[in-house]
Design a binder for this molecule. Structure first.
Ligand code: SAH
Length: 216
């Protein structure tokens, strides 16, 4: 084990006791994955704190709780095919891959793609494909998906993502009327139409793209 094992165990305790995360598989991968290797060198000691942290290009690595909650809401099984939009540091990507999902991840900022790519390669995942693009268009080639996780907040659910969801599949995305505050929404595709649930207030960096906010 490593020097951050104790803070990592505490983080998982907090997810379980305070945030009521119940999915044991999610808790177990978060107990094992070294989050400190996904944050800037100078912030390593803060990696297991109960908040988001800055990464390159003015973006953030999401708060551990939000990573756990979004992953839990996807209700994955080991063979699930998942689309992740806003890979950022690659931490969420690694969590999904550790759960055994086949992960297709998209990030729009080249430097973040490059850094995440290197990290994921070092961990030896063979079930992750990461590319640099506007994720609001989804990734039609590998669709339909069992799960879609969007880690940036948009004004509405991007239409292409709904089209690329399997029947029975789940899409988890922060949606809000202004670029900084959102509600965490889960959309489940039914035989006919979509079922929408609201999991309360949250705060993500903006989803920028054709079916998101305009870049200005
Ligand atoms: N799960 C990541 C979250 C990073 S923050 C982590 O914990 O590290 C959200 C990311 O979404 C940012 O890196 C941002 O660049 C990216 N993003 C915003 N709009 C996007 C889009 N249209 N397509 C792909 N990535 C996008």
């Amino acid at each position: 084990m490593d020097e951050y094992q104790i803070p990592r165990e505490r983080m998982v305790q907090r997810l379980r006791d305070h945030y009521k995360i119940q999915d044991e598989a999610v808790l177990e991968v978060m107990r094992r994955l070294p989050r400190h290797l996904f944050v800037p060198e100078a912030l390593k000691a803060q990696a297991y704190k109960d908040n988001a942290l800055p990464i390159a290009a003015n973006q953030t690595i999401s708060q551990p709780f939000i990573v756990a909650r979004m992953t839990e809401l996807l209700e994955l099984s080991p063979k699930s095919r998942v689309l992740e939009i806003g890979a950022g540091s690659g931490y969420q990507t690694a969590i999904l891959a550790s759960l055994g999902a086949r992960v297709y991840a998209i990030e729009r900022i080249p430097i973040l793609v490059q850094e995440a790519q290197e990290r994921l390669r070092r961990f030896g995942y063979n079930n992750v494909t990461l590319r640099c693009a506007d994720g609001t268009n989804g990734w039609e080639l590998y669709s339909p998906f069992d799960g879609i996780l969007v880690a940036a907040g948009g004004p509405a659910v991007p239409e292409p993502l709904l089209k690329q969801l399997k029947i029975g599949g789940r899409l988890v995305i922060p949606i809000g009327n202004d670029p900084k505050t959102q509600n965490l929404i889960r959309v489940t595709r039914a035989e006919k139409g979509f079922h929408r649930e609201d999991f309360g207030a949250c705060s993500f960096v903006p989803l920028i793209g054709e079916h998101g906010w305009q870049n200005n």
